[in-house]
Design a protein around this ligand. Structure first.
Ligand code: GCB
Length: 638
């Protein structure tokens, strides 16, 4: 049986910028601070990590592998001075065979490089490319007969479930090296054995329990056992789900035969100080917040996320768009890298029932390039996805400025657009025009919103919010409009807010808080939910919601002030000021009124038995702290 040992502890890290060496534990990035403070000047170079370990207990013929779950962006691995392997691409798993160079005492050295180049994606994008070994590292001992470890970093088991009229069809293929017979066992969610069969065989299971989105994300587990002379010598396992889906250009997304409009968010993977070096705790926290808002889909932008997060998505019943970081600028010299990152993404994440679509690129037409080569490469990637995985659809996130007829928008199975109409482009109403135009021109092409959003800084406020003021109020108004707009256009196959969380983009200086993109509905540290969060929660969540907006907008001017309430508690919504009923509101989800400002205003709102409250003060002049005074640029070239 294989033995997996985590070796995150005790690495010697040499920071090449100043040649200092420190002892630390993984996960780690060297850009946790300089990648989040603006200026687009974070250290991009090669740094080294060294780890010393004793030869593990091994029998004659056993092999030792090292497994890296994520090293950004390129890695060269050495054991005792001998080159073991190299890897390009910062978001996927790779392994190296250490056996030939193994001694009693060993030094594992990894050179990690996140410097600029024109072969490994991403190179241009609105997020920080944190350098480091930022996910787990494991040692794996296997016998000479074992399940494959050298194939694109994947768990070498391919589970192909289909479902028709309540019955499940299942094919499982596991790859092994050396001798032996593979036995497949299927267990239900309670751990009860459902059936066993031979590797590569098809079986039919009557009355399968479906994986049914948020309502019932039921998971089965497959265990593959490698037996030599009847003795089990290796074992691997993976979870899967039975589900069916299709996309109708006129009616949207269907899960297990029922309309299931996909409405959700995009997610980046970083945090203050630690960058992308997350632990399970941060992943779980993110998932809990995404569940709280009531989203049923996540676009895991702009790269392969941690295996653990896809597991959480399976368990939560999220519908996932998974993609590679082929973004912003097509580099003809980077085509092989798009291919290898796509292969890794699909082969490594294949069994997750939560994944429904593979995204081939993001805003790839943004910068000047060889257009013919770009189109050719998209066709190749699209074919590659279908060849590796005929069970899912392909898509991409198109750049707004490339018109509806752009060739790149007509290669994948379904299409999505990043449309910031009402933010980068003035005029929220343009959303309606744009989508009508596309739908009229291409009625058979399923279209979605892969991104839309507005900056919202919880320290900036205005009584007359407008585009580009970065206030919490404009962000909320923008999203109120978008939710109504989506309700008017139910055929959109999916919509994804940009972004669930604020994230670091060192090339930004927006709103006097350099290094950050503030389009999150929740702040970077996940400690504050902006007002826009609650408009979504009121629309999407089944939990009771009554939220009085503007709590941070404490000092207000004028005779009257705006009151906005988000609620799914039905009507009426009552508004009290200093104990007096001042308004009774009717409507749906978003309730607005103006109330007369007194010197101090203790405002309470009530609906369906819930209450929320805030205190506002009347002041003579707008509070200067609420107005952005510096910085409104993006130096990464948008
Ligand atoms: C986009 C990009 C995303 C940016 C976003 C923005 O279209 O795909 O990476 O962060 O716009 O906020 O400008």
């Amino acid at each position: 049986m294989r033995k997996i040992t985590n070796i995150n502890k005790n690495w010697q890290f040499t920071y090449r910028k100043d040649n200092t060496t420190t002892t630390l534990d993984l996960p780690h990035t060297w850009n946790g601070i300089d990648g989040q403070d603006g200026g687009n000047d974070y250290y991009r170079g090669t740094c080294t990590y060294e780890h010393t370990f004793e030869k593990p207990e091994m029998k004659e013929g056993d092999l030792l592998y090292v497994e890296f779950k994520g090293v950004n962006a390129s890695a060269k691995v050495y054991l005792n001075g001998n080159k073991v392997c190299s890897h390009d691409g910062g978001y996927s798993t790779f392994r190296g065979n250490l056996t030939p160079y193994l001694q009693e005492s060993n030094v594992l050295k990894v050179e990690v490089d996140n410097s600029a180049n024109d072969t490994v994606y991403p190179q241009r994008a609105d997020f920080t490319f944190y350098g480091g070994i930022y996910r787990d590292v494991n040692l794996i001992v296997v016998g000479q007969n074992h399940f494959e470890l050298d194939y694109y970093g994947c768990n070498p088991i391919k589970i192909e479930p289909t479902v028709k009229n309540g019955a499940g069809e299942l094919k499982v293929t596991a790859w092994n090296v050396g001798e032996g017979e593979v036995e497949i066992s299927v267990y239900d969610a309670e751990g009860t054995l459902v059936t066993t069969f031979k590797n590569g065989e098809h079986v039919t299971l009557e009355n399968v329990h479906l994986w049914n989105g948020l309502e019932d994300p039921y998971l089965y587990r497959v265990v593959a056992t490698l037996k030599v002379d009847g003795e089990a010598v290796d074992e691997i396992s993976a979870r899967f789900g039975f589900r069916s889906f299709h996309v109708d250009p006129q009616k949207g997304f269907f899960l297990n035969g029922k309309s299931y409009p996909l409405r959700g968010v995009c997610r980046h993977q970083d945090r203050p100080g630690i960058g992308n070096a997350l632990t399970h705790k941060e992943h779980e926290e993110d998932m809990a917040i995404i569940k709280e808002i009531g989203a049923n889909t996540i676009r895991l932008a702009h790269y392969q996320h941690d295996d653990y997060f896809y597991d959480l998505c399976d368990e939560a019943g999220m519908v996932i768009w998974a993609e590679i970081p082929y973004i912003s600028k097509h580099m003809p010299t980077g085509n092989p890298n798009t291919e290898s990152q796509m292969k890794e993404l699909i082969l490594q994440q294949f069994n997750h029932p939560s994944i429904f679509v593979w995204g081939v690129s993001n805003e790839i037409t943004m910068m000047k390039t060889d257009k013919k080569d770009l189109i050719e490469n998209h066709k190749k990637l699209n074919d590659l996805c279908h060849q590796l995985d005929p069970s899912r659809l392909t898509t991409l996130a198109c750049f707004a400025a490339c018109g509806p007829g752009n060739k790149s928008a007509h290669i994948t199975d379904i299409v999505s657009w990043n449309l910031y109409l009402g933010w980068y482009v003035p005029g929220l109403f343009l959303n309606d025009w744009w989508i009508k135009l596309f739908h009229a021109l291409y009625p058979n092409r399923a279209i979605g919103y892969s991104e839309y959003g507005a900056e919202g800084m919880p320290n900036l406020h205005s009584a007359k919010p407008k585009r580009f003021d970065n206030t919490e109020e404009y962000q909320a108004i923008y999203h109120e409009y978008m939710l109504e707009f989506f309700a008017r256009n139910p055929y959109l196959w999916a919509t994804h807010v940009w972004n669930m969380f604020d994230f670091a983009a060192d090339g930004r200086d927006q709103g006097g808080d350099p290094g950050m993109n503030h389009k999150g509905l929740v702040n970077f540290s996940r400690t504050l939910k902006k007002d826009a969060f609650y408009v979504y929660k009121a629309y999407w969540s089944k939990e009771p919601v009554l939220h009085l907006s503007g709590k941070r907008y404490v000092n207000r001017t004028g005779k009257k002030t705006n009151i906005t309430v988000y609620s799914n508690m039905g009507t009426p919504v009552e508004v009290y000021n200093n104990g007096k009923l001042v308004a009774t509101l009717e409507g749906n989800k978003v309730f607005k009124t103006k109330i007369v400002l007194e010197k101090e205003n203790n405002v309470v709102v009530k609906a369906g038995g819930l209450e929320d409250q805030a205190t506002f003060y009347h002041v003579d002049k707008p509070d200067p702290a609420y107005i952005v005074t510096s910085g409104n640029s993006m130096s990464w070239e948008k």
